[in-house]
Design a protein around this ligand. Structure first.
Ligand code: PEP
Length: 254
């Protein structure tokens, strides 16, 4: 049985005080939610205070990236131990913005996934094709390379602790959402690659989120698709109202 997971990626938005307020608003509504895992991912600076604000609630905290080394001369970077100490449970790994702007590769994604799992945290592994790749008929090749790369030398037991976020790059932050059938079709492809690596029972247990301009109006239709088990939400996670509407849509379907 797969768990619905709705995660808000706040990216480089909100100062600490604003982050705490938003977290508190989400905690209030989360009291009525029992079937959906709710995750929020503030900036590193707000992580400690947001983790305090959600303590004792059913809202979990993620960070938006980590380094794959334990410590050392890596200016600007943060290790898994540092975030674990704050009460973080999830780590977003391989977001397309990391891949596009900061040199993230399938190899560094794999190193990070291993480190996150070693620390007892859960990676949300982001994959997805660009518009050029989709138009060139390379959807399956891209997803296969990203999945095989991310999961290299990851055991069945560890694979079960992961979440995948399928995020077509052309839909992220653009307001252009994948249609329900485009998204479902890609999720089936993703699950078929997981089946090749781990067999049906593991593949059928891994939560695959959709990400890319998901909002309060389109969430219900997307989340009703058989292989869409949640969402990774950017823009619409920055206001309590729209994020909560997505969480409530998932709760109805779950
Ligand atoms: C994201 O950045 O993961 C994302 C899905 O953003 P948005 O919802 O704004 O498209």
């Amino acid at each position: 049985m797969r768990k619905y997971v709705i995660a808000g990626n706040w990216k480089m938005n909100k100062i600490v005080a604003e982050s705490v307020t938003l977290a508190q608003e989400i905690v209030e509504v989360a009291k009525n939610i029992s079937k959906v895992e709710i995750v929020i991912s503030p900036t590193y600076l707000a992580t400690a205070k947001v983790a305090d604000a959600v303590k004792g609630s059913n809202v979990k905290v993620a960070v938006q990236d980590v380094h794959f080394e334990d410590q050392g001369a890596y200016t600007g970077k943060v290790s898994v131990d540092m975030v674990k100490e704050l009460g973080v449970e999830y780590v977003i790994v391989g977001h397309s913005e990391q891949r596009q702007y900061f040199g993230e590769t399938n190899e560094t994604v794999n190193k990070k996934v291993k480190k996150v799992l070693e620390a007892g945290l859960k990676p949300i592994i982001c994959i997805g094709e660009t518009l050029d790749e989709r138009n060139a008929g390379k959807l399956e090749d891209v997803l296969s390379a990203q999945i095989n790369g991310a999961y290299a030398n990851i055991s069945n037991t560890d694979a079960l602790k992961t979440i995948i976020a399928y995020e077509p790059v052309w839909a992220i932050g653009t307001g252009v959402v994948a249609t329900e059938s485009q998204a479902q079709e890609a999720h089936v492809i993703v699950r078929s690659f997981l089946k090749k690596l781990y067999g049906s029972s593991v593949a059928d247990s891994i939560t695959i989120q959709y990400g890319g301009s998901m909002n309060a109006s389109n969430a219900g239709g997307l989340l009703q698709q058989n292989d869409i088990d949640g969402g990774l939400i950017g823009g619409a996670s920055l206001q309590a109202e729209s994020f909560i509407a997505i969480v409530e849509a998932a709760e109805k379907i779950a």
